[in-house]
Design a protein around this ligand. Structure first.
Ligand code: COA
Ligand code: ZN
Length: 308
């Protein structure tokens, strides 16, 4: 059966929108436990300005303290050259560069035009010079919460320019959950056709309840790589109305139940998802951790036996 590769982004995309600082030791423990679940990749943290994202100001410490498990890639978000220098020092396995396909969202999030972002990231890629694989996450590919529609040719245009610079992969982000399965199927087919040699990852948010439907549409269109966040935490602090990523455990549970090979120990993952509210101090959106697996049967009430 088809192998599906999951990247959990809870400690980066998930935590960056949380209101109170999560202690470094909790982040390290959570990443170590995720490492034991069988994820292909974990987005550990972000080497952005600590003033912009205070939650991730402990990036170096977290990277230094996690226990790396062979076979798991530890990726980090890198916004600029300074971030790349820090990521090298922390021996990240992959650098995840980020820019938006919408001019307004790029200005809101990164405080520069898309062209300035592109040339900055091109400089980062030149500086890295093949020493570490590079992924580029393109935000708002399926729509911008401020501008509305982002034309597919704009997304493909930036994808092409990064492909020409030799990046290994692209993550196509639905930053504020604006897409639907039909659009996902169309975009997935178009991108795979045009970029057969790139690792393509889909990054969905469940803002409008279509997260899992979008995962399914992508899988059925041949996509095998996904970002998800434990518990369904997450959201971009610079995108109005942003809310959680798709819940990793819900998406993985669904694909596992359908017979896809995810490499993940699902019971262990569900167990971990149940601990997440204790770390963040509030309930989280994921469903499977609340309902349990369909194999967790409930006792039959006594009166039912009497009626048999
Ligand atoms: N690591 C550490 N510090 C950094 C840094 C980095 N990667 N990039 C910039 N800085 C610091 C600078 O040293 C400077 O500090 P100072 O005020 O003490 O001198 C300050 O940040 C501003 O630097 P500047 O070069 O003017 O950058 P900027 O203000 O244009 O910021 C970003 C650019 C992208 C670094 C910043 O806007 C940012 O980190 N935004 C958050 C993006 C993000 O992670 N969004 C959510 C995920 S999509
Ligand atoms: Zn996101």
């Amino acid at each position: 059966m088809t192998r599906i590769y999951f990247n959990d982004v809870v400690t980066r995309d998930g935590f960056q929108i949380e209101p109170s600082f999560i202690p470094t030791a909790d982040k390290v423990r959570l990443i170590d436990e995720l490492s034991q679940c069988g994820f292909a990749k974990l987005e550990v943290t972000s080497f952005t300005s600590p003033k912009a994202i205070p939650m991730l100001r402990d990036a170096e410490e977290v990277m230094g303290k996690i226990q790396r498990v062979p076979g798991v890639e530890y990726t980090v978000l890198v916004p600029n050259l300074r971030g790349a220098e820090r990521a090298f020092e922390s021996r990240a396995d992959e650098f995840n560069l980020v820019m938006s396909t919408s001019e307004t969202h790029n200005l809101a999030n990164l405080r520069m035009t898309r062209e300035k972002s592109f040339s900055g990231l091109a400089e980062v890629i030149k500086y890295v010079d093949g020493r570490t694989p590079i992924n580029v996450s393109l935000s708002t590919c399926f729509g911008c919460p401020m501008e509305g529609e982002v034309p597919e040719n704009v997304v493909e245009g930036f994808a092409e320019r990064f492909a020409d610079l030799g990046v290994r992969g692209l993550t196509i982000c639905d930053t504020t959950g604006m897409t639907n399965p039909k659009q996902v199927a169309q975009m997935s087919a178009a991108l795979q056709k045009r970029f057969p040699n790139l690792q393509l990852t889909m990054h969905f948010h469940n803002t409008r309840g279509m997260g899992l439907a979008n995962v399914l549409a992508a899988v059925q269109s041949g996509i095998t790589r996904f970002d998800g966040s434990l518990g369904g935490l997450g959201g971009c602090p610079y995108a109005p109305g942003a809310s959680g990523n798709i819940s990793s455990e819900d998406a993985i549970y669904m694909l596992d139940a359908m017979g896809y090979e995810t490499g993940i120990n699902v019971p262990r993952l569900i167990h971990l998802a149940r601990e997440l509210p204790l770390i963040v101090g509030h309930p989280v959106p994921g469903q499977i951790a609340k309902a349990g697996s369909t194999c967790d049967l409930h006792p039959t009430p006594d009166y039912v036996d009497e009626l048999r």
